[in-house]
Design a protein around this ligand. Structure first.
Ligand code: AMP
Ligand code: GLY
Length: 422
């Protein structure tokens, strides 16, 4: 098998390492990947949004199977393009990727099919949006309709703040076209759970649940980031909650997408909030989460390539997907200052073997030395029989890696461990 993975972060590194377990893979390309993955994949310097070049490369190299991991190429229709030149793909087509690509679409879908989510209204006119804000009690949640690098959600503490966010998006063009349409929604409270699933267009097979830690600093303080660490499974996602989610959210979403003529095949990510009134959808993603993938895939016992191919073919069976009963913790090592200003180019030094996995995100080869090259530099994942065991060991292992200006949160998993005790 000749396989290519589109994308270049820690999530893609985790996918690549897991795919590698399948010995029928002769060549594995990463487009563009990053230098930290060099030992695991052949890097090809083609960006994930360069659809023409990706298609040409796939034809030229006779690629049998492609995994499209990031949101941008999925929403742009890379899977449709690759299918058109005869390349099978893991990932939804453009008309299904819209479930992440447009919040106005996903909210309308949930409303139409009775899938629990925050109450909302959609606006394309600034004055109307402002008038609506005057009728709402803060905090008020303002969301840009389209992809905005995870920055398109503003939780406004006051009406004035909400209006300022609306002006930024709708008048000043922050987020470009993504912010021309906005969704204003009710503020929900409760623990958040990420559930990634394999969805083959007919059935949804959930993976082990996870918990992201989005804020930059300990105690969930500081700015929102792409994610500073994850644990799995998520103790807030009880058997009872998971049964409710399956019935009220997962199965309904797949049926809804089919009914709309937009069958979803790929990884459907449910961002859930467990509110007092039950679980509600905060967002859908049309792809694996980052850094959720870095804890979920290490706990997967089945062969990833087989599961991905069956998902793409629409022949998945729940018994194909098996997870271990253990736990995993991933702590992200970032450059100090991330998600704002940070410096790059510092040597990444590892002392001794890591008893776990290292997934690189922002790393670059400089004359034979691996140096930092991004905000999120790498993630260290450790598994354990218990969550406490995985978290404790992860923080021991991560000490073996150092670079100047390295920063990581010291409380990944703390909230989950506390919840387990209650
Ligand atoms: P999203 O990009 O939609 O995942 O939103 C980013 C984060 O904003 C989520 O992970 C939540 O923590 C928060 N958020 C989004 N929508 C709401 C809401 N309706 N109520 C409270 N928090 C929200
Ligand atoms: N970790 C959240 C996301 O991938 O969107």
């Amino acid at each position: 098998m000749r396989v290519m993975v589109i994308g270049g972060g820690g999530r893609e590194h985790a996918i690549i390492k897991k795919l590698r377990e399948n010995k029928s893979i002769e060549v594995l390309y990463a487009l563009p990947g990053n230098d930290g993955m060099k030992g695991d994949a052949t890097l090809v310097p083609i960006g994930a949004k360069n659809l023409d070049k990706i298609c040409n490369f796939a034809v030229e190299k006779k690629i049998d199977f492609a995994v499209v991991a990031p949101d941008d190429p999925l929403v742009l229709g890379l899977v449709d393009r690759l299918n058109a030149v005869g390349v099978k793909c893991f990932g939804p087509k453009k008309n299904a990727a819209i479930i992440e690509g447009s919040k106005a679409f996903s909210k309308a879908l949930m409303k139409k099919y009775g899938i629990p989510t925050a109450r909302y209204e959609t606006f394309t006119d600034l004055e109307e949006a402002i008038r609506y804000v005057d009728t709402q009690e803060p905090p008020i949640v303002v969301k840009a309709d389209g992809l905005a690098l995870g920055k398109g959600v503003i939780i406004a503490a006051t009406r004035e703040e909400a209006k300022a966010a609306l002006r930024e998006m709708m008048e000043n063009g922050k987020f470009g076209d993504s912010g021309k349409t906005v969704v204003i929604e009710e503020y929900l409270e409760g623990p958040e759970v990420s559930v990634l699933s394999f969805c083959d267009g007919n059935i949804v097979v959930p993976m082990v649940s996870g918990m992201d830690h989005k804020r930059a600093q300990d105690g969930d303080k500081g700015l929102n980031t792409g994610g500073m660490g994850t644990i799995a499974p998520n103790p807030f996602y009880t058997k009872e909650i998971s049964a409710i989610c399956k019935e009220q959210i997962f199965d309904k979403t797949v049926a809804a997408m089919n009914a709309e003529g937009r069958p979803f095949r790929g990884c459907l990510y449910f961002g859930l909030m467990i509110t007092r009134d039950g679980p509600k959808v905060i967002e859908y993603n049309c792809r694996f989460g980052d850094p959720e993938t870095q804890v979920v895939l290490p706990l997967m016992e089945s062969d990833l390539l087989t599961v991905m191919m069956k998902t793409a073919d629409g022949t998945l069976d729940p018994s194909d997907v098996k997870f271990s009963t253990g736990s995993a913790c991933c702590v992200i090592m970032a450059s100090a200052g991330y998600p704002e200003h940070y410096e790059k180019g510092y040597e990444i030094v590892q002392k001794g073997e890591i008893d776990g996995e290292v997934y690189f995100a922002g790393a670059k080869d400089r004359d034979g030395t691996l140096v930092t090259n991004g905000g999120r530099v790498l993630g260290v994942t450790v598994k354990g029989d218990t969550l406490m065991g995985a978290v404790t060991k992860c923080y021991e292992e991560i000490k073996k890696i150092t670079f100047e200006n390295a920063y990581y949160r010291s409380d990944i998993g703390a909230k989950a461990i506390k919840a387990e005790k209650n």
